[in-house]
Design a protein around this ligand. Structure first.
Ligand code: HAM
Length: 423
């Protein structure tokens, strides 16, 4: 009979894979601290209406990808992203009144009912930041530079930054009109989704992944042509700050982002080693969202890194952090015969109580098999107890790297091992 498998789009993290996750999360934490970001944790699910209102009814995320649970009068949705929950928490805690400018970060699982593929899952981790309470273009540049630094510090290679601007709502209305006028004659050759997007949000037709839809996008008008002078200036200021920070970028007029809350700067960081969906990070400014959620008119900007796509790329690039770590405990305590098994158990416990990492055998294996196991686990010392050692209240200590053996008094074993491990 076939064994049970995890639900589609979910994965187990077996112990060998944990170190690379720790590396990615730990590195980002360090970089965030350097930039003055503090951690926030919000619930894994929120009222469904929060996402409908913030991400937008016409988006794929809200229309097709939400994991929603309806119980009686309530409808909650497992968070498909972190921004809406963070803004909700910020407003609920009145931070807009107490200390409006906040730099926050979060890491944890998100849920989207997507087609599983390389780097795309239905439960996936994001590492994100939200800088709330300021509209300064300096912050747009800083947030982008922060995302780039995180990926560099993680050790990722072959990634590039693409930026665009979506302007203000008025700019977008002009752009939507221009797009509809241009795209109308091509409607018959576009996919079904695009025909729906034409009415709801024609901007999304620009990043349609269907091959047959792409030729008609080639000569489409670009957002830049519809920008008001103030938006144009804002964009060029942001780009100027990026250049000043030494961040290389390309402008990609087709970045429209899959979530409706964006204004002005939007960006994606792509890595060629991920696969068809190459974005390892996406973000931008969302100045209208707080207002939309019944808060004040304050600006905000942020991003989220997708951990799964980053890991796909790190593995492809054979980054050192992806190699399985061989060592788990430092000391392995093994009996020569069955008679010393209980004594080994006790010594192991004492070593642990003394703050050292130690393990013993629970499978009644032979001495030869246990030394093989010690080698495989990469332990530094093997302690052996045989009938002679027990009789003379001693312990045999083997330094596995040096291949040297010595004998120490049983009573001194913990102190001696602690000293040797400290060097
Ligand atoms: P997003 O572009 O939807 O933006 O997601 C950000 C990143 O999360 C993507 O670039 C991708 O790397 C990763 N990601 C998205 N969906 C999946 C999936 N199904 N499996 C694995 N990884 C995935 C947001 O979520 C915004 N909240 C980002 C943001 C924060 N904007 C402003 N502040």
């Amino acid at each position: 009979m076939a064994r049970r498998r995890a639900a589609d789009g979910t994965t187990d993290l077996l112990p060998d894979r944990i170190p690379v996750f720790d590396h990615v999360f730990g590195t980002c934490r360090q970089v965030f601290a350097r930039f003055g970001y503090r951690e926030i944790r919000t619930p894994l699910f929120e009222d469904t209406s929060l996402y409908v209102r913030s991400i937008g009814e016409a988006t794929d995320v809200v229309g097709k990808e939400m994991f929603t649970v309806n119980r009686g009068e309530t409808s909650v949705t497992f968070r498909p992203e972190g921004t809406a929950g963070v803004v909700r928490a910020y407003l609920q805690a009145n931070l807009d009144k107490i200390r409006p400018f906040q730099k926050l970060f979060y890491m944890g699982p998100m849920f989207r009912y997507e087609r599983p593929q390389a780097g795309r899952q239905r439960q996936f981790d994001q590492i994100g930041v939200e800088a709330l309470g300021s509209s300064s273009p300096l912050l747009d540049a800083e947030v982008i530079a922060l995302a780039m630094q995180c990926l560099t510090a993680i050790g990722l290679a072959n990634f590039t930054l693409a930026v665009n601007t979506l302007g203000e709502p008025g700019d977008r209305a002009r752009f939507r009109d221009a797009l509809r006028t241009y795209l109308q004659p091509f409607l018959l050759e576009r996919c079904d989704d695009c025909r729906v997007r034409f009415d709801k949000n024609p901007l999304r037709m620009l990043d349609c992944k269907v091959k047959g839809c792409q030729p008609s996008n080639k000569s489409a008008p670009t957002m830049v042509d519809s920008l008001a002078e103030s938006s144009r200036q804002r964009f060029s200021q942001t780009l100027g700050h990026l250049r000043a920070l030494g961040v290389s970028y390309e402008i990609d007029a087709n970045i429209v982002r899959g979530l409706d809350y964006y204004t002005h700067t939007v960006f994606e960081i792509r890595c060629t080693d991920v696969g068809a969906r190459s974005a390892v990070c996406g973000g931008g400014r969302y100045d209208g969202l707080m207002r939309e959620l019944d808060g004040p008119d304050l600006g905000a900007v942020g991003f989220a890194i997708g951990v799964a796509p980053v890991l796909v790329a790190l593995e492809k690039q054979k980054h050192a952090s992806t190699a399985p770590k061989d060592s788990d405990v430092a000391i392995f305590v093994v009996p020569v015969t069955d008679a010393e098994r209980a004594a080994c158990f006790l010594l192991t416990h004492e070593l642990r109580a003394a703050g050292l990492s130690a393990d013993t055998d629970y499978e009644e294996r032979s001495l030869k098999a246990l030394f093989k196991q010690a080698d495989k686990r990469g332990v530094r010392f093997v302690l052996t107890l045989g009938p002679d050692e027990v009789a003379q209240q001693q312990v045999k200590v083997k330094d596995m790297a040096a291949g040297q053996e010595s004998v120490v008094a049983r009573a001194d074993a913990c102190a001696v091992l602690a000293r040797r491990l400290a060097t």
